[in-house]
Design a protein around this ligand. Structure first.
Ligand SMILES: [Cu+2]
Length: 653
């Protein structure tokens, strides 16, 4: 009976949410949220001019990252990460297939959640963007010179990688916390043995050197759900904070059973202490199986390597490594202010926002102000660590970012709003509605030491009436607020791809001049590159045919090929000889069971084609490259498996 009562109250909460949406929608019909005519000019970037900021939005369940300009809200690029992308041949061409390898085999999709810019001294530095894959636990690195994914690391012994990637101050590490606790290591046990057999793992991933991303260590923790994370900065550099819920350790009907405890925990990890324990050999080597995939920009090829074990720290054997900060009520976001002094926990079933003090935490550790311990992890006394509470007046706080001017901004999912409050006095100074049900928010640099506190992007879970209807599925929405004055002002709605889960923003100046324009041919070390047109050729090796092809405006070389047979595996290794910015060529061939290739200037890509029957098959350039683009085409003759058609190739004969 008690349980059904709880279920009812949750239904009531959901009803409130739905009512909230309808109500907001109703308001929209009679009022204009933008309110004044000059909002449009604030987001207008005239033709030929550039946006002031890059915004990198998670593509959510699309598995990708989208790149927008701010303040215009214009979409510039979709960067494929965890999902195959036929437009760019990501995961389809031979070069990038290894990027999607995992211990489960080739996986062409994931649920991307949190983009995170690399940092130097706590400030976004524009080198890389990291992002996590939630479903099959992974983290990825995107190179912001090329805007391409160059590295993906699977996270072993983890179930759902939500609290990730969240960097440390110099990108020494990015982190990954298990959202679903699982048997560690995985084994066949009854689900109702959760409390005895299920554990969580908090992973620290070395990330400061491309090509050598690896799990440096994992910390074995109780079987809670670890939700989000942020690392300390300034005085709290060396610490990382993870929220947890389900400290009840329930395994079923979690919407009720994981919401019983008045407080759950923020786990505070002293990762410098962890490094000492690792250096001293005070760890366990645990079996694991996880893929490390790396795209080498010199060879234009990815490789996938399987790793076999991982170093694990056990809290009861590592005093000083981890502490729990009690935090009301199923905390979701954990955010650290720009000075590193305050750790903000947003209890998603609460109205208030809890602010812990880093100094008080250290003092509580030194004076051993503990409320017992769990599996060797001291629980700090709530009153000893809490600094203040923001009496928000809202419902369902989720995430907080900062403007660098002494203010914090917290999203409220249930009451669908952003609340601005003052650090130190904890008073609410402004609030604006979101349309509707906002999850994350992003201020460029807003989780770093130096936010660019000019704009705020709210990422909304529900769109309802914001755009023209497109059938049952509606575009999700981001909303841009001007936060340069005392009051937040909504100035733009723009649609997003997939779920705009979280985002990061950075001043365009930090990145734009380092953007790569071409791949120099002399640096192309692809094993199947053809760097000059007079080196093109076709080679047979058993039933494998390798076509070494080039393209330049407006022809392929060769463009007539004969001697291919039914049953062959035909590899088209195509090098784009162009050395001008913005001159890609595409390649497609009729009936190929894969996507097109989209080859950047100076790059080599490979398409695998297995002809099924005799005939003459056309291929063509798919990227409109010149006035004679339509002429950029060729033929491959396919003969019977036992035919004696000689291998030959030509251009212009
Ligand atoms: Cu072309």
């Amino acid at each position: 009976m008690k349980k059904s009562g709880k279920i009812l109250s949750f239904l009531a909460l959901a009803g409130f949410l739905f009512y909230g949406c309808q109500n907001n929608a109703g308001q929209k019909a009679t009022t204009t949220p933008i309110g004044n005519g000059d909002a449009a000019s604030q987001v207008y970037v005239p033709p030929g001019e550039h946006d002031e900021f890059y915004a990198f939005l998670s593509g959510g369940f699309s598995g990708q990252v989208t790149v927008y300009g701010l303040p215009s809200g214009r979409l510039f690029k979709i960067i494929p990460v965890f999902s195959q992308d036929a437009e760019k041949a990501w995961g389809y061409n031979e070069e990038t297939k290894p990027m999607l390898e995992t211990s489960f085999g080739f996986i062409p999709w994931d649920d991307a959640h949190h983009p995170e810019l690399s940092q130097t001294n706590g400030v976004p530095d524009g080198r890389w963007l990291f992002i996590n894959g939630n479903n099959t636990p992974r983290v990825a690195r995107i190179d912001l010179g090329t805007f391409e994914t160059t590295e993906i690391l699977e996270i072993p012994n983890s179930g759902g990688n939500h609290s990730s990637p969240f960097t440390t101050e110099n990108s020494e590490y990015i982190v990954a916390g298990t959202r679903f606790s699982v048997p560690y290591p995985q084994t066949d046990v009854a689900i109702n043995s959760y409390k005895e057999n299920f554990k969580g793992a908090l992973s620290f991933i070395k990330a400061d050197e491309p090509g050598s991303m690896d799990v440096s260590f994992q910390i074995l923790v109780p079987g809670y759900d670890y939700d989000l994370a942020h690392s300390g900065k300034g005085k709290s550099h060396g610490w990382t904070f993870f929220t947890s819920y389900n400290t009840e350790e329930s395994h079923t009907l979690k919407e009720v059973n994981a919401s019983q405890n008045d407080k759950d925990f923020i786990a505070a990890i002293n990762w410098k202490k962890a490094e000492e324990y690792i250096a001293a050999g005070n760890f366990k080597e645990m079996p694991a199986r996880y893929a490390h995939n790396y795209y080498n920009e010199e060879t234009h090829m990815a490789t996938s390597e399987m790793k076999e074990n991982v170093k694990v720290l056990i809290p009861s054997e590592c005093p000083g490594l981890i502490y729990y900060l009690p935090t009301p009520k199923s905390p979701h976001g954990v955010d650290v202010d720009p000075t590193g002094s305050y750790i903000v926990g947003a209890g998603k079933l609460s109205a208030d926002i809890t602010v812990h003090s880093f100094d008080k935490m250290i003092a509580a550790i030194e004076s051993q102000a503990f409320d017992g311990e769990i599996d060797g992890i001291p629980v700090l006394k709530f009153d000893a660590v809490v600094e203040g509470a923001v009496q928000s007046g809202g419902l369902g706080p989720l995430h907080t970012e900062f403007d660098g001017n002494g203010y914090a901004y917290t999203t409220f999912f249930i009451s669908s709003e952003v609340v601005k409050w003052k650090i130190g006095t904890w008073e609410v100074v402004d609030r604006v509605p979101c349309y509707y049900s906002v999850g994350h928010l992003m201020i460029p640099g807003g989780d770093s030491k130096k936010p660019w506190g000019k704009y705020l992007v709210a990422m909304n879970k529900i769109t309802k009436d914001r755009y023209l209807p497109t059938g049952p599925e509606l575009a999700h929405s981001a909303q841009l607020y001007d936060i340069s004055g005392d009051k937040m002002k909504l100035i733009l709605d723009f649609p997003t791809m997939g779920e705009p889960h979280y985002a990061q923003g950075i001043a365009a100046d930090v990145i734009k001049d380092r953007s790569k324009k071409i791949y120099p041919l002399e640096e192309n070390h692809h094993p199947h590159a053809t760097l000059k047109e007079d080196q093109v050729r076709v080679e047979r090796n058993g039933n494998e045919v390798h076509i070494y092809m080039t393209c330049i405006r407006s022809h392929f070389a060769p463009d007539n090929i004969e001697g291919v047979k039914v049953g062959d595996k035909v590899y088209l290794h195509v090098t784009n000889l162009e050395q001008d910015w913005d001159t890609p060529h595409g390649v497609s061939i009729m009936g190929a069971n894969t996507s097109e290739l989209l080859i950047m200037p100076g790059q080599t890509e490979t398409l695998l084609w297995e002809p099924k029957f005799e005939g003459v098959i056309p291929f063509y350039c798919t990227d409109f490259c010149s006035a004679l683009h339509q002429e950029m085409q060729g033929y491959i003759r396919v003969s019977a498996a036992d035919a004696n058609t000689e291998l030959s190739w030509s251009l212009g004969e």
